[in-house]
Design a protein around this ligand. Structure first.
Ligand code: CMC
Length: 432
């Protein structure tokens, strides 16, 4: 462990006291190391949803949820948003910003891996055309392990890096293929003279019968959206990737597991759900009824794109997303999008409503991302896929960090068992 033991914590149970080391991070709350708790006390901790549990040490991303701060490798997200996505990828993966020469080499290496094995195209034919692109992503990213055997040895640092580059480069290609397959258009091969995000837009929206010209404003906006989603410390999908990786599974399988977790509406699926919600509300005059329904717990309706496990303040990504949203709507002539009006009014009302204020529920990154992505031209079913494209670098960086940890252990939580105690089996013919 790299962290410093700063003090001891004492746990007293039934008049017996037990000491546990407390470690301080470079910033943020201290942690009590309870890894010896069971050995010392015969008890487990109970923390469903891991609200108070640090599962690992990490040097990649830091969030101060109360202050609304997000740092990648120490750099504030607002500053990184001035650069490009591949620069952020390099930073997350290697820990430092690249020099111009390193950046050029990195861009070249990623570009070199953008194509996928031609057999993958046939693999796609097995899906129904109406398959959700996230289902296609889970399957096709997992299937990469069947094509790239030469980068699945997790103990070889060189293979790990090749797998990382392949993933950053090929996930957008697969995402674009998933989109093309759904809309019944031919796949578009990557064009390596374009930058990462322009190439992605072209793979999604170009057709063989016309010239496709990338709109630089939209490309820049999507690139920024990728930066905002690149990593977010130990969120559900990243913890899933680490958990899958802790068994020694190959990186392609681990990223596929992360994509599966991201799909849920409480996580990456929220951008899709948020846009659906805005469309269902439809007009500003219907907002009060909607807010009333959200506050009525029996309705189980949530204000999608609001609230966060860690941010108890405005999500810094949401601010940048709102700005990006305005830029994109201006460029595409959608400034008067009725959904934007609903979103702005909904945000205003919620931020002044006691229910949301007292629970510290603020807009998160997904509140404005749906409107923005829709204006760029993506259907809602692709929103979470775009999140997966961006988050791939975070997952793979966290996976690499874990594998390099000398004493990493298989993730294996314990439980509070409330089921039957031991009882005898009754043969079927004796059961009434
Ligand atoms: N709308 C209405 N009430 C909410 C919401 C919401 N969006 N989020 C939380 N609450 C209430 C919740 O009902 C609870 O109230 P009470 O104390 O009366 O029981 C309280 O706030 C605390 O909520 P929680 O569910 O215990 O909080 P959590 O940390 O477990 O959940 C969350 C975090 C993101 C799952 C949740 O806020 C949520 O469901 N938000 C909507 C979905 C969403 O936008 N997700 C995207 C997250 S950002 C992208 C990403 O990182 O994946």
């Amino acid at each position: 462990m790299d962290a410093k033991n700063t003090k001891q914590a004492t746990l007293t149970v039934d008049d017996k006291s037990f000491e546990f080391p407390v470690y301080g991070g470079s910033v943020g709350p201290d942690v009590i190391d309870i890894s010896k708790l069971y050995a010392q006390t015969g008890m487990f901790t109970y923390d469903p949803g891991f609200t108070s549990t640090a599962s690992c040490e990490s040097k990649i991303t830091y969030i101060d949820g109360d202050a609304g701060v997000l740092l990648y490798r120490g750099y504030p997200i607002e500053q990184l948003a001035q650069g490009d996505f591949l620069e952020t990828c390099y930073l997350l993966l290697y820990g430092e910003l690249p020099t111009p020469a390193q950046k050029k080499d990195f861009d070249h290496r990623v570009t070199n891996h953008t194509m996928v094995h031609e057999q993958m195209a046939r693999f796609f034919q097995g899906f129904r055309r109406d398959a959700h692109p996230m289902a296609v992503m889970v399957a096709s990213v997992g299937a990469l392990a069947a094509f790239y055997h030469d980068s699945t040895d997790i103990n070889d640092p060189k293979q790990r890096m090749i797998a990382s580059m392949r993933m950053i480069a090929k996930v957008p290609t697969l995402a674009a293929m998933a989109y093309k397959y759904a809309v019944g258009q031919p796949f578009v091969y990557p064009k390596n003279s374009l930058d990462y995000t322009s190439n992605f837009l072209r793979m999604c929206f170009a057709v063989p019968c016309e010239e496709y010209v990338v709109n630089p404003v939209l490309s820049k906006a999507l690139d920024r959206i990728f930066i905002l989603h690149a990593d977010h410390e130990q969120n559900a999908s990243t913890s899933t990737v680490r958990s899958a990786g802790s068994s020694g599974a190959n990186p392609f399988a681990c990223i596929a597991a992360g994509i599966a977790c991201l799909w849920g509406p409480a996580h990456g699926g929220a951008n899709e759900a948020a846009l659906q919600m805005l469309a269902e509300i439809g007009t500003v005059d219907r907002i009060p009824d909607f807010i009333k329904a959200v506050k009525d717990k029996s309705s189980k309706i949530r204000l999608m794109g609001f609230g966060h496990r860690v941010y108890k303040n405005y999500d810094p990504r949401a601010k940048l997303m709102q700005q990006t949203c305005h830029e994109v709507l201006k460029e595409t002539g959608h400034q008067d999008d009725p959904l934007l009006k609903v979103a702005l009014e909904l945000e205003k009302i919620a931020l002044n409503d006691e229910y949301f204020v007292s629970r510290k529920l603020y807009p998160n990154v997904d509140f404005y991302s749906g409107i923005t992505l829709k204006a760029i031209g993506f259907p809602t079913s692709m929103f979470t896929v775009l999140f997966a494209v961006a988050r791939t670098v975070g997952w793979i960086s966290q996976w690499n960090e874990m594998i390099q940890e000398p004493n990493y252990k298989i993730s294996r939580p314990r439980q509070l068992y409330l089921g039957d105690t031991s009882r005898n089996y009754v043969p079927l013919d004796k059961r009434t």
